[in-house]
Design a protein around this ligand. Structure first.
Ligand code: NCD
Length: 306
């Protein structure tokens, strides 16, 4: 039962609970009327202290499609945070108005802290460079929809593996599935954090690290491209030097398997050339749509309307 539960990082839900969400998301996708008015009278607070397009809009679309309503802010400049209000106080207030809270915040650990002060479930929509569990639900659902299951695959993560929270969450979550091999592709300065590799070792997940996308791409079943996280850099020069390290283009696509799945949490900057968008292996726009269905499944579950 997910009723009343918060989601701070992917492992907060068991594999069975996660599978249940995917099955529910698939049912919602196949029958647009299913759960249509189930959240009538319920309110979702969306507190976005950092920019967002897909995550915020897909949560709002999800809640509205379920018949519920949303309130909140997309710009912390318009909230009392600018007057110096603490996160704990802001969250306490939102929890007294709404039935659930979705929050994105630049500080690692902010969502966990919020859940300690909230009387209603808190969903982490990204806490700094740490975790982004609903993006992981989106990513896993996309793999499941396109392959039929989530096992027996080699997954490549490419780009900013140091600051990319979607990478951290998905890599950790993949450790729970069978026969997963991971290849981390990044510049030396942006390698995957040790707390993730330690987790993979603990779960006997095979992984390697490389600097070369060309070398890795022929082996991959899933390629997870990411943008270099400009906002988490301390200096502009490093960002400029690293931002175009990897660009997925037609030449690199020619080296890859015919059934490769290309994922990207979006926004894309330069790391996937627009010429790749028309390739049947490009799944990133589909992925964004699955994100709405899985967020509908999540909201209906934690609000207890099933
Ligand atoms: C990601 C994020 O915010 O971490 N975007 C998203 O939610 N789809 C990825 C990113 O910003 O690069």
């Amino acid at each position: 039962m997910l009723k009343g539960r918060s989601l701070i990082e992917p492992a907060d839900f068991s594999l069975e609970e996660t599978d249940g969400l995917f099955a529910l998301a698939e049912k919602i996708e196949s029958d647009e009327q299913y759960l249509r008015e189930s959240c009538r009278g319920k309110l979702l607070a969306t507190l976005f202290f950092e920019p967002s397009t897909r995550t915020r809009l897909s949560f709002e679309a999800a809640m509205l499609r379920l018949g519920g309503s949303c309130l909140g802010f997309a710009d912390p400049g318009s909230s009392s945070a600018v007057k110096g209000e603490s996160l704990a106080d802001t969250v306490r207030m939102a929890a007294s108005y709404a039935d659930a809270i979705v929050m994105r915040n630049p500080k690692e650990g902010a969502a966990l802290l919020a859940s300690n002060y909230s009387a209603v479930p808190v969903i982490n929509a990204g806490d700094g460079g740490h975790h982004h569990p609903t993006q992981t639900l989106t990513d896993l659902l996309t793999i499941r929809r396109l392959r039929g299951d989530i096992k027996n695959i080699t997954v490549g993560f490419c780009g900013d593996l140091k600051f990319g929270r979607t990478v951290h969450s998905l890599a950790k979550a993949l450790a729970r599935y069978e026969k997963i091999t991971i290849i981390f592709i990044s510049p030396e300065e942006l390698i995957i954090p040790e707390y993730i590799t330690r987790h993979l070792q603990k779960h006997n997940i095979e992984f390697t690290e490389t600097r070369s996308l060309e070398e890795a791409i022929p082996q991959l079943d899933v390629l997870y491209m990411t943008r270099v996280q400009k906002e988490r850099f301390f200096n502009e020069e490093d960002y400029i030097r690293l931002k175009d390290t990897y660009v997925l283009n037609k030449e690199k696509m020619a080296l890859s398997k015919n059934d490769l799945i290309i994922l990207h949490p979006l926004p894309r900057v330069n790391e996937i050339a627009v010429e790749v968008d028309g390739d049947p292996r490009a799944a990133y726009f589909k992925q964004a749509k699955y994100g709405m269905y899985v967020r509908m499944a999540l909201l209906a579950s934690i609000l207890g309307v099933l």
